[in-house]
Design a protein around this ligand. Structure first.
Ligand code: IPE
Ligand code: IPE
Ligand code: MG
Length: 264
């Protein structure tokens, strides 16, 4: 079997703390409803959870946090809610980008920004430029993001820049054009709010990610809830296609390399 196009050819290093956590922050509306508040109050409260989640991830040694803030499908919501979410996004950006920079955090936004007002796009690009050299922690906000959009835009960009690849390309060629090309693939995916679906989030990158679903609504997702997710992650055996026995044989030695060599 040829493994030249397999994601499993390079087995990533895995540790007890996930390097990269990706979260679908769901349940704001239901949280608000349960307190007899308008849905938008849930979104406002959700921003506070974002702050605490960033802090908790930094403290635990996570290096990348990717948050799904607005999907390419969320435009289907009532106009008032979409307008509120856009305004909230701008307000939060204005308040937080300088603070992220002070804390040594690199800030990125992924998604189709062509639908956003030019002043938002400019603000985002300025924030990304300001924080580009920060290496301690990378916060990515997925806004007007869709996993299918990402794959499509990557293919288009690749063929536009390297037309010779139209006759053949591999994963490595394509991966450079994904909007999350600067980050390792997520180790842990969390979805709050009880739904058990990916909702067009990182379709390509979640191929070998450990999935964790919790009924906790996003505004209630505190550091303790994050620790529960990390504990669940720590109990998983990440096999990347191998057998449990292979992993046991390899542990404590340079087995990772042995297996990788055998596969190549
Ligand atoms: C997630 O919460 C936030 C966004 C999608 C912007 P929801 O608004 O989807 O909350 P529920 O799922 O209706 O409770
Ligand atoms: C997914 O939540 C998108 C975000 C959290 C930004 P949704 O609430 O929009 O997902 P569905 O519609 O229930 O799948
Ligand atoms: Mg929802």
């Amino acid at each position: 079997m040829s493994l030249t196009t397999s994601s499993t050819r390079e087995i990533p290093e895995t540790g007890t703390i996930p390097r990269h956590i990706a979260i679908i922050m769901d349940g704001n509306g239901r949280w608000a409803k349960s307190s007899f508040l308008p849905r938008v109050a849930g979104h406002k409260r959700g921003v506070e959870t974002v702050r605490s989640a960033i802090k908790a991830c930094v403290e635990r040694g996570v290096e990348y946090l990717t948050l799904f803030a607005f999907s390419s499908e969320n435009w289907r919501r009532p106009t008032d809610e979409v307008t509120f979410l856009m305004q909230l996004f701008i307000t939060v950006l204005e308040q937080e980008v300088a603070k992220l920079h002070e804390n040594g955090i690199c800030f990125k936004v992924i998604g189709d920004l062509s639908k956003f007002e030019p002043r938002i796009v400019e603000f985002i690009r300025n924030g990304e430029a300001l924080t580009a050299d920060n290496t301690k922690f990378t916060l990515t906000i997925a806004a007007n993001y869709g996993g299918r959009w990402d794959i499509m835009q990557a293919v288009r960009k690749m063929l536009d820049q390297r037309p010779e690849l139209a006759t053949g390309f591999d994963e490595k060629d394509l991966m450079q054009y994904f909007s999350l090309n600067y980050a390792p693939e997520p180790d842990l995916f969390i979805r709050t709010g009880g739904e058990k679906r990916i909702s067009n989030f990182l379709l390509w990158q979640l191929a070998y990610t450990e999935l964790y679903f919790t009924d906790t609504l996003w505004p209630d997702f505190d550091a303790r809830a994050l620790d529960l997710a990390i504990q669940s992650y720590q109990q998983r055996e990440r096999r990347f296609g191998r057998t449990s026995e292979q992993l046991q044989m390899a542990s404590g030695t340079n087995g990772r390399e042995i297996v990788a060599t055998r596969m190549a």
